[in-house]
Design a protein around this ligand. Sequence first.
Ligand code: GAR
Length: 208
Amino acid sequence: MLRVVVMVSGGGTNLQAIIDRVADGTITNTELAAVISNNYGVKALERAERAGIPAVTVSPKDYGDRSAFEQALLAAVDSYQPDLIVLAGFLVVIPAAMIDRYENRIINIHPSLIPSFCGTGYYGLKVHEAALARGVKVVGATVHFVDKGTDTGPILLQKAVEVEPGDTPKILQQRVMEQAEWKLLPQAIDLIANGKVMVADGHAVIRE
Ligand code: GAR
């Protein structure tokens, strides 16, 4: 069984998709060991508790400086001994020490087709605002492994979504979640849990 720790910051709809796909057997060979949030009181924590998954908050507000927060975050992750860390709307820069310790064992969902609309400053609704401002006709989502850059790690899965007339950032965000994110992230976990993903030379390869 692949032990998975899911890291969240807010609403947790991607977390919910993972919980639901484990429950209905779409994701196999996977145990959700814990959910870790950097924010108290967010809906993602409720979703974890409702599913009976241990949920903890490590907030930067509780620590004097960044390095103390990062140490606490890493200690919380380590305590669950994960095989895979899933960033499901986790809007914190991952400490370098965590990336070293869990090389090729951290994946992230980003709400664009990387390398478009990604990198520093592109997160959440801002991604969709930028896509609409640029007038692109196709957007989407990407699951990638996390390296020390921002959204620069090996790409595992991508799915395109059409922009439609009258889209607002919120409408577009919802469509990208429904048509891409909530499918891709569970699919990525299932592939990894079943030994179908290899990472080498900066590329992720799926073996059938
Ligand atoms: C999702 O759209 C996710 O792709 C995005 O935050 C949202 C979280 O929603 N992540 C990023 O922008 C990372 N750079 P959720 O809490 O409902 O899953």
